[in-house]
Ligand binder design. Structure first.
Ligand code: SF4
Length: 657
């Protein structure tokens, strides 16, 4: 299998692409990776749109997308553009089109770029499964060509760029019938339109493959790159995005897992982060993700090239490992919280890792984010740990401890190779790429108690850790591995994005049986501040595992970022739904601003809350509408009723302190 979707899996290099001209801000080639976002104000509100565009430009947006659901909005783009120009802003505008070729043809004469969704440009979704033979399929393609060519010719004539933006949630019935709901279906959906463009000798094109499922999204982009090359199509720039990522911390982590994984491998020429927040909040997140690569090539330590890639980058398979204690095998990836900078840990301190002590009842409870292990370094805990929580201590204090059985040692690779005493069931060995020698690997293969803790300080971290996994796999080492990263003088927002990229990028490829976000590089703090830092890192660890879809420990919200079509206040509504349902572990709830795209774009959700009119909500079970027009003030109760009917509702637990 050709696995070459990236210019290099070890060295930071951007994929070479053609340059696409979008107004006076070209994309691709050697141009910087661009930041963009989308307005949420009604497109018919000219001044409101202009003011929001300006806020977005000032926040760092280099392109601005505006929805054009019908001809009248497409025409109003002219007024928005003129007013922006009058105020001195030349940022290229992009018209967002769904279902309306006539609006696209108007917009393409006005703005610098149009975005079409190949799933609904020439098709209305009927959720039908149709059996096609080659002739009937070809007839469909001919029909698309007839509808699409006029737009291509207008773009060519006016120098307008185009994004062919596939969305996992809105593939056409034709694609779904032939390819299913797969990354290949997503790629083929774009290629059907792209081939028409190339036949017309029109190449001013950017492509995207968005999904709210980060694994599907990453696989689709990789497959796209490979298929473009295989078919001899041009290397078009890529627009990266995770759809409906959600809000706040979860939205940022999910975006970093999907987008960061691709950026690490040199893919991506523009980034849009979709958050259920004001669009001006999105640009700084996109910028923080992109800026990490500005000096990557110079700062990275060299990594030896990879001769054999032992994974399939286009499909998720978890690396096969031997189960050791409760790590590896089919166990969910574990969370190890680093408490090594705390001394004299008390019962109450374990709250920061999800284990809550009630003084009143003199017992512990665990919430959904209860760490599985705590690492205490040279400061072993002086009491019995609750809820099956286990302790990892450095090797020397472990050797000196009276109770060796109930704690597990962490050894350096040298200590491990020379060790005479080990825990009979579970030992942790910290290793960098330089420690993974033949001797170590031989010893690991014979040891059914050894779990590796893989660590790197390389700036090009994810590729180096991936190389460690490849080395182990190519040498038949099946011991589970915890991935460890530690970050020094960074803001907590940066740590969130970087850790999500570095660890998430591995998890997406099935690599990693646990996560340890270390604190050793952080400056000294007071105990109270340490507890807050540990709490944040613990939440982040669970967030990364969930965003990479490897361990679901919280409710998942797939909420659209909102746009000019949105029928209710998305931020407020999401917060309200979240308040009532965020204890429903593993349940996925889609919250979509409109019926036009909403149901399609929440493809992954178990339940959907979708705006259908003013103060009217439709409720979905999976892809099926079950309550068509519920008044907004009753909609959350009815949603809970629906979850209750399916026996998936549980009463929230009140933890007494
Ligand atoms: S689902 Fe949300 S972002 Fe998408 S078109 Fe509807 S309102 Fe706009």
């Amino acid at each position: 299998m050709n696995k070459n979707y990236s210019p290099s899996l070890t060295e930071y290099k951007r994929r070479e692409t053609i340059v696409v001209n979008i107004g006076d801000v070209p994309m691709g080639g050697n141009h910087p990776i661009r930041v963009q976002s989308m307005t949420t104000v009604d497109t018919m509100d000219t001044l409101g749109s202009v003011e929001q565009c300006i806020r977005m430009i000032e926040a760092g947006c280099e392109y601005i997308r505006i929805t054009a659901p019908s001809i009248k909005e497409a025409e109003n783009l002219r007024h928005i553009r003129e007013e922006l120009r009058r105020r001195g802003y030349t940022t290229p505008l992009v018209a967002d089109i769904h279902f309306t070729p006539n609006a696209a043809e108007v917009a393409a004469r006005i703005v610098e770029k149009v975005r079409i969704n190949p799933g609904n440009y020439a098709d209305k979704k009927k959720f039908e499964v149709i059996e096609y033979n080659d002739t009937t399929y070809q007839a469909e393609l001919d029909r698309i060509r007839e509808r699409f060519v006029p737009l291509v010719r207008i773009c060519k004539e006016h120098g307008t760029a185009m994004r062919i933006g596939t969305n996992h949630g809105s593939l056409s019935d034709r694609i779904l019938s032939r390819y299913g709901d797969t990354p290949l279906g997503m790629v083929e959906s774009a290629l059907e339109f792209l081939r028409i463009c190339e036949d017309e000798q029109y190449y001013n094109i950017v492509i995207s493959m968005k999904a709210s499922n980060t694994q599907v999204m990453v696989q689709a982009y990789r497959l796209l790159v490979q298929k473009l090359e295989e078919e001899g199509l041009k290397p078009y720039p890529l627009h990266l995005g995770v759809t409906e990522a959600g809000e706040a911390e979860d939205g940022r982590i999910k975006s970093a897992v999907g987008i960061g994984t691709l950026l690490e491998d040199g893919l991506g020429d523009t980034v849009r982060v979709s958050l259920t927040e004001a669009p001006e909040a999105e640009a700084p997140v996109a910028k923080a993700l992109i800026d990490r690569y500005t000096h990557r090539a110079e700062l990275a330590q060299p990594i030896q090239p990879i001769c054999n890639v032992p994974i399939d980058p286009f499909q998720y398979h978890r690396r096969e490992t031997t189960e050791i204690a409760n790590i590896g095998g089919t166990n969910v990836p574990r969370v190890v919280a680093d408490l090594s900078r705390l001394t004299a840990v008390q019962y109450a301190d374990l709250k920061c890792v999800g284990h809550l002590y009630s003084m009143l009842l003199d017992k512990f409870n665990m919430n959904d984010l209860g760490a599985d292990f705590i690492y205490t370094g040279d400061n072993p805990i002086q009491f019995m740990l609750p809820n099956g929580l286990k302790e990892i201590v450095n090797y020397v204090p472990w050797q000196l401890a009276e109770d060796q059985e109930n704690r597990h040692p962490l050894l350096t690779s040298r200590q491990y190779v020379e060790a005479e005493t080990l825990h009979p069931k579970l030992n942790f060995i910290e290793a960098t790429i330089h420690d993974i020698t033949d001797t170590l690997m031989e010893r690991l293969k014979q040891d059914a108690t050894a779990v590796l803790v893989l660590y790197t300080a390389n700036e090009h971290a994810m590729p180096e850790l991936r190389k460690c996994f490849f080395r182990l796999m190519n040498n038949g080492v099946a011991n589970p591995c915890i991935v460890k990263r530690a970050y020094g003088q960074l803001t907590s927002d940066e740590v969130q994005l970087y850790a999500a990229t570095d660890v998430g990028g591995l998890l997406i490829d099935g690599l990693g049986d646990g996560i340890l976000l270390g604190t050793e590089l952080l400056p000294q703090q007071e105990k109270g501040e340490w507890l807050q830092t540990i709490d944040k890192l613990n939440n982040l660890s669970f967030g990364i595992l969930q965003a990479a879809r490897t361990r679901m420990s919280k409710t998942e919200y797939i909420s659209c970022p909102s746009c000019g079509r949105t029928l209710f206040d998305l931020q407020e509504t999401t917060a309200m739904i979240r308040k009532r349902t965020d204890h429903l572990k593993g349940v996925k709830i889609g919250i979509m601003g409109c019926i036009v795209n909403g149901p399609g774009e929440m493809a992954d959700a178990d339940y959907g809350y979708v705006g259908v009119g003013k103060d009217k909500i439709a409720l979905y079970r999976g892809q099926t509408v079950v309550k068509k027009s519920v008044p907004a003030d009753r909609a959350v109760d009815e949603l809970i009723e629906l979850i209750r009917e399916d026996a998936r509702w549980i009463e929230p637990m009140v933890l007494e302190e």
